[in-house]
Design a binder for this molecule. Structure first.
Ligand SMILES: NC(=O)c1ccc[n+]([C@@H]2O[C@H](COP(=O)([O-])OP(=O)(O)OC[C@H]3O[C@@H](n4cnc5c(N)ncnc54)[C@H](OP(=O)(O)O)[C@@H]3O)[C@@H](O)[C@H]2O)c1
Length: 337
């Protein structure tokens, strides 16, 4: 079977389309014929060696995929041949609070990921996907969608009438926009591009700010909310944006710490966070339970993920290069033939 592998060195140029023997499912495992995958910023960091430079190689990257169950190992009870399932990001995190082992069981590093024509996974390592979604659409869910869901619902308490601040127009933020609307709340969204801001207005954003033209956007957000601030910030920016997020959040609000797009270390005056009684909540994707709960909501609301572009499976390197350009809005996907 064809797989994409980081073989002996990191770097996009070292991501190789190669062959591995098709795996056989052991006890309690399923064999999937992969139909679609989606990319996350983490995959780019992994391939280029910036996520974990000590990651043992070779590695099949990427955490997100959807496949058809084509064979069952002995004792497999959850699935039948022909079922369509999505991969669970943390393979050993069924629910509850995470621990070190659960957080080490992630696909696309340290475990081999989804850029393969076939995959064997434990039967508990996959979930059913909402029936109204295509394989490509469903492949967007395991990481970006669940991260947004965990921030807003599992570890947040966003409810009707709330205001949520979203940074950028990538996979996590666009899912967050869709979930904010689904929850009856309203979203203020930041982007570096006026064209993308126009697009998110059509997707239902309440207010938009170009963060390039308005680097002190924290104050602007306060103005938009009559000085109160937002109930939650979905913080994908990291070190370079946290100070403004701290300005924008309300007293007693939550900042969900998710990404490091603008860096992971900075000098920050934490006093405003203390004086505003702000809750800082780190988010690492989420559990299988969270994934299944989110899928029920997606199903009930017939929510359709925003797919920016679909590449053929063989063009994974081009797809990652496109992700690196940052021109996309929503998710970048791959499809097998
Ligand atoms: N903790 C977790 O479990 C978890 C899960 C998923 C992702 N993440 C992290 O979250 C971040 C986003 O991931 P993703 O997959 O959604 O990425 P993505 O699809 O590549 O989206 C990136 C977008 O973020 C925006 N952005 C970049 N720099 C920014 C800045 N300084 N301020 C505001 N927005 C900025 C840009 O939007 P515009 O083009 O509109 O400006 C860019 O297109 C990454 O750091 C990723 O590693 C963490």
């Amino acid at each position: 079977m064809k797989v994409h592998e980081i073989q002996s060195a990191f770097g996009l140029e070292h991501l190789k389309l190669t062959q591995r023997a098709r795996p056989e499912p052991g006890p309690g495992e399923v064999l999937l014929r992969m139909q679609a995958m989606s990319l996350n910023y983490r995959d780019l960091l992994m391939v280029t060696g910036r996520y974990n430079p000590r990651q043992p190689l070779p590695l099949i990257p990427c955490s997100d995929g959807v496949g058809e169950v084509v064979a069952l190992g002995p004792g497999c009870r959850r699935w039948q041949v022909g079922d369509r399932v999505a991969t669970v990001f943390c393979q050993s995190w069924p629910g509850g609070e995470p621990d070190r082992d659960k957080l080490r069981s992630t696909l696309g590093g340290p475990l081999d990921g989804t850029l393969a024509e076939h995959m064997v996974l434990p039967e508990d390592g996959v979930v059913a996907v909402p029936g109204h979604l295509s394989a490509v659409e469903a492949a967007t869910l395991p990481c970006a969608a669940l991260t947004a869901w965990s921030a807003l619902v599992t570890y947040g308490s966003v409810t009707a009438g709330d205001t949520v601040l979203l940074l950028g127009t990538g996979g996590v933020s666009i899912f967050a926009l869709q979930f904010v609307k689904l929850l009856g709340a309203r979203a203020i969204l930041l982007s570096s591009s006026d064209e993308k801001l126009e697009a998110v207005r059509h997707l239902g954003a309440w207010q938009e700010i170009n963060y390039r033209n308005d680097p002190k956007w924290g104050k602007t957000v306060l103005g938009m909310t009559d000085g109160r601030g937002v109930d939650q910030v979905v913080e994908v920016g990291g070190a370079g944006t946290l100070e403004q997020s701290a300005k924008a959040v309300k007293i007693g609000g939550q900042i969900s710490l998710i990404g490091v797009l603008s860096g992971h270390a900075s000098e920050l005056n934490i006093l405003p966070l203390v004086m505003k009684n702000v809750r800082l909540q780190g988010i690492l994707v989420g559990s299988r339970d969270g994934f299944e709960t989110m899928n029920r909501a997606i199903d009930a609301h017939r929510l359709k993920p925003v797919v920016d572009r679909v590449f053929p499976f063989e063009a994974a390197r081009d797809a990652l290069a496109y992700l690196a350009e940052g021109k996309h809005l929503g998710k970048i996907c791959l499809q097998t033939g």
